[in-house]
Design a protein around this ligand. Structure first.
Ligand code: ATP
Length: 454
């Protein structure tokens, strides 16, 4: 992984070094290097018990916000492998390339489009000042083969972006779901890119997961829907993070825009790596459906039921990544809080409660008091049906709180001797560490209101 120096955030909160997130993820079971016992594979990761919970929550929250909450949006789940012509039509076979240069001296490799302009002009390595070699071009599509008989096997690709399935299924959705323009199709799914320079942990991987909305509109309404989804997506991210000032839009310059695009924006988040793309909002016009009509020979135009006008719909695309969201949310949430008594610092993940992998931990004050243990287990069993709950009776209560803080659990419920008298428990909140006493009967509703989106 790329080593990066520690810088300061604008508001003087230090940026978290990525190494700390990598270490926490491994230690607590969020993320493991893939095939680690064989030495690992660059740019590919596995997700552990807490990681899978966090990922599921992130995915579900996106799906809920984008599909479930919009009457004019539906979802699909397309296959990873498609007909190879798809990638010719999309332009990926021809244009999905990275131009790379190697430094003759320090041997580091750079993407030309990521180099500062003066280094490109002077042919100078930004790392050591050495001379750069001639640029080389690499296609990022991952090839695979369908069929078993040599000679009859068909070369195709693992999808380089998830969104193509949406264009392929556009006509089927129109005919089978009675959706009428303006409407959108969403999908979450894996994508594969032979990134030549994978790195920065989950930020740039070779196997990752994308989410897309492709929103189909009449050309005359393009600007209005572009603005609508641009704002919606920004607010979505803003609602999930603590450091709001680290989120902004970056407009694509004229030389970055595709020929069909009037405008494009990246939602960017600032970390120790600087400002980096989190999600792209793209003006795709009629490019995709026109290309697939041309390459497949199938007419993908749409007929307006009221006006009888036939046209190729224009598209607003919002395209982001589950993995970058996972990483950015961990970076945003991670904090080492100095202990006022000067002892160990408290590591706390200030994750939004609705996203946190574990919602509540139920802790008996002492594990050698049977009544405390059975009451706590009973509460845990009831809560488990409604949310991810953990029962923990190992070590003193302070250590158990710390363990939960470190994985972002928003609430800890402690069963103590008073519980046995009046059936109340203490609920400790992660961020302020405040405690309230409430009755066991009120507990499920109290927690549900705070840890679920609604
Ligand atoms: P970049 O310029 O960083 O390579 P891109 O512009 O090619 O990204 P898109 O094709 O627009 O990215 O993909 C949409 C989203 O998918 C990105 O905003 C990002 O969240 C995610 N994504 C893209 N490539 C990767 C990757 N290699 N690893 C993890 N997530 C990725």
């Amino acid at each position: 992984m790329t080593q990066v120096e520690n810088k300061q955030a604008t508001n003087d909160t230090p940026f978290v070094p990525i190494e700390k997130i990598v270490a926490l993820c491994k230690r607590r079971g969020f993320v493991y290097p893939n095939s680690e016992i064989y030495g690992g594979v660059a740019g590919i990761y596995d997700f552990g018990p807490l990681g899978v919970e966090l990922r599921n929550n992130i995915r579900r929250f996106w799906w809920w916000s984008m599909v479930q909450m919009h009457d004019n949006v539906v979802g699909i789940e397309g296959a990873i492998i498609t007909h190879p012509r798809v990638w010719e039509a999309s332009g990926h076979v021809e244009n999905f390339v990275d131009r790379l240069v190697d430094c003759k001296n320090c041997k580091r490799r750079f993407r030309i489009d990521h180099l500062p302009e003066e280094n490109v002009i002077q042919n100078k390595c930004p790392n050591c000042g050495g001379e750069l070699m001639e640029p080389r071009t690499f296609n990022l599509l991952m090839e695979t083969y369908l069929g078993v008989v040599e000679g009859e096997r068909m070369k195709t690709y693992l999808r380089g972006e998830a969104s193509q399935n949406i264009y392929l299924d556009f006509d089927n959705v129109v005919k089978s779901s009675r959706m009428q323009i303006p409407f959108g199709i969403c999908q979450i799914g894996k994508a594969f890119r032979n990134e030549v320079n994978p790195g920065n942990f989950l930020f740039r991987q070779r196997e990752f997961e994308q989410w897309d909305l492709q929103f189909f509109v009449h050309p005359s309404e393009m600007q209005q829907w572009f603005d609508f989804w641009k704002e919606k997506r920004f607010e979505w991210y803003k609602g999930l993070i603590n450091h709001k000032e680290r989120l902004h839009f970056r407009a694509h310059g004229p030389d970055e825009l595709a020929h069909y695009a009037k405008q494009a924006y990246d939602i960017e988040y600032k970390t120790i790596l600087g400002w980096q793309e989190w999600e792209g909002i793209h003006w795709r016009q009629d490019w995709d459906l026109s290309r697939h009509s041309e390459y497949s020979g199938q007419d993908l135009s749409y007929v307006d039921q009221n006006t009888k006008e036939r046209y190729i719909p224009w598209i607003v695309e919002t395209s982001g990544g589950v993995d970058r969201t996972f990483l950015n949310l961990l970076i945003d949430a991670y904090e080492e809080e100095p202990d006022p008594t000067g002892k160990e610092a408290r590591t706390v993940l200030r994750l939004h409660p609705t996203i946190a992998p574990v919602k509540v931990a139920v802790l008996p004050l002492q594990k050698n008091k049977e009544e405390l243990v059975t009451t706590a287990k009973d509460i845990h069993k009831k809560l488990q049906r409604l949310m991810v709950s953990q029962y923990d009776d190992v070590a003193n209560i302070g250590r158990r709180y710390r363990r939960q803080d470190e994985i972002g659990t928003p609430y800890c419920v402690t069963v103590d001797f008073q519980t046995l008298d009046d059936r109340t428990v203490t609920v400790r909140e992660r961020d302020q560490m405040t405690q309230v006493r409430i009755s066991i009967d009120e507990l499920p509703l109290y927690l549900l209101e705070r840890v679920t989106w609604h």
